[in-house]
Design a binder for this molecule. Structure first.
Ligand SMILES: Cc1cc2nc3c(=O)[nH]c(=O)nc-3n(C[C@H](O)[C@H](O)[C@H](O)COP(=O)(O)O)c2cc1C
Length: 405
């Protein structure tokens, strides 16, 4: 079977496939990015670069903590890392070499102005000079130690617009603003980027968080010489937040193209981001977990999904789920779900019974064989039983709402 192409155009730049390294330690040197290109990534957002003449970036250690849940390892990662601690010269030399050796792959220069407005212009010029295809303005790192940068800049509409404007004036390549999730309203800050002349936005950077507290030492983690800080949380646990922002922007009529990221681990995650309006996709935490090879499954799985659903190109599927997002006030109140138990699968563990008794409608009881059974008159279709069932014995039917029956 001939599988559909994954090529996609974003701000006039041709991506061989939508999968890119997001700016982070996964794309910090020539060697790393070259290996990622060799393994099939369509693009790289290089680790955020700055001018190193005034500020020297130093990372605390340890710089990561991971959130585990039961037997699931690393459902999220909290990092204290700032932008690149390599010299500006080394980084731009690596970018130039990458573009020389991989002209058909996309290189996005992620940049951050630190102490002077002119940093943005200077970095944008340097990015264009080394052949970068696009610029990503980092307005979103939540643990920068230089006051007023990172997510603090990304919460301020004037600074966002100005940073983008300075970059746009300094170069001809497309400029994208990378947004922070550490805000209430994405639409306002995204519009500020648009006003500054942005060609696209990317979202999300990491969510400011504290993942755990050491119960003996009484220090949150990661413990850096007895102290810790709220800092950037990423990975699977963040995907719902990223998808929500995509929905918010679409509902507000925001039209700039979007590069989506936050918890993309599988081709299914990738498909969800595309259906919710992202044109290209970026990944870090899945690579921290499993290495660059995750892209192979992502690409193949996405192609089979496209073929199964009759999509001949990615552009045909982008945003296709958005018409089905609405305000809660517009959701139908006329139908409801009622749970159905497959007694052949039910193992009588009683988890659904407990949950329904203590947190639902008390609609589930256990029969003489300890198999769950549902009283459809009482069930209001929260489906918690379906979500917690360890053997997938619960499905549901849609019926007319009891109130309207
Ligand atoms: C250790 C680490 C370092 C990061 N450094 C940067 C950075 O330098 N610049 C940037 O724009 N984003 C940075 N990020 C954020 C990622 O690019 C990405 O926005 C975020 O991790 C969400 O995607 P994910 O869930 O696939 O990791 C970093 C993330 C991690 C985990």
């Amino acid at each position: 079977m001939k599988l559909p192409s994954l090529e996609v155009e974003f701000c006039g730049v041709k991506f061989p496939n939508p999968f890119c390294l997001s700016s982070s330690p996964v794309g910090n040197t020539y060697e790393m990015c070259a290996r990622a290109y060799d393994m099939g990534w369509g693009g790289v957002a290089y680790k955020t670069m700055c001018l190193d003449d005034v500020v020297k970036i130093v990372h605390p250690s340890p710089r990561l903590n991971a959130l585990h849940r039961g037997t699931d390892r690393v459902i999220g990662i909290q990092n204290l890392e700032q932008i690149s601690d390599r010299s500006t010269k080394e980084n731009f030399e690596d970018c130039a070499r990458l573009k020389r050796d991989y002209p058909d792959r996309v290189l996005i220069a992620s940049i951050m102005g630190l102490t002077r407005e002119s940093d943005w212009s200077e970095l944008a010029r340097m990015s264009e000079d080394v052949g970068a295809d696009m610029i990503e303005c980092n307005l979103s790192c939540p643990q920068m130690t230089v006051e007023g940068t990172g997510h603090k800049a990304g919460q301020n509409t004037k600074i966002i617009a100005r940073a983008v404007e300075l970059c746009k004036k300094a170069c001809k390549i497309p400029v994208m603003a990378k947004m922070t999730p550490n805000i209430t309203d994405m639409v306002t800050v995204a519009r500020a980027a648009e006003e500054g002349g942005a060609d696209a936005i990317s979202l999300i950077n990491t969510v400011r968080a504290i993942t755990a507290v050491d119960l003996e030492k009484l220090v949150p983690l990661p413990n850096v010489a007895g102290k810790s800080s709220a800092s950037g949380y990423s990975g699977a646990a963040c995907k719902p937040i990223a998808l929500r922002f995509l929905a918010d922007l679409a509902m507000a009529g925001f039209k700039l193209p979007i590069s989506g990221m936050g918890g993309i681990y599988t081709w299914m995650d990738a498909a969800e981001f595309l259906l919710m309006g992202a044109t290209t996709l970026q990944v870090t935490t899945a690579i921290l977990n499993h290495g660059y090879r995750v892209v192979e499954d992502m690409k193949e799985g996405l192609q089979y999904y496209m073929a199964d659903h009759g999509y001949k190109s990615l552009s045909e599927m982008i945003g296709k789920a958005l018409p089905n997002v609405t305000d809660p006030a517009h959701l139908s109140h006329e139908t409801q779900a009622v749970s159905i138990i497959d007694k052949n699968k039910c193992i009588g563990c009683g988890q659904c019974y407990l949950s329904c008794r203590d947190a639902g409608a008390f609609a589930i009881s256990l029969d003489a064989d300890r198999k769950a059974q549902v009283d459809h008159e009482k069930c209001f279709g929260c489906l918690m039983c379906k979500h917690i069932c360890p053997v997938d014995a619960v499905s549901y039917n849609i019926v007319r709402h009891h109130q309207y029956a």
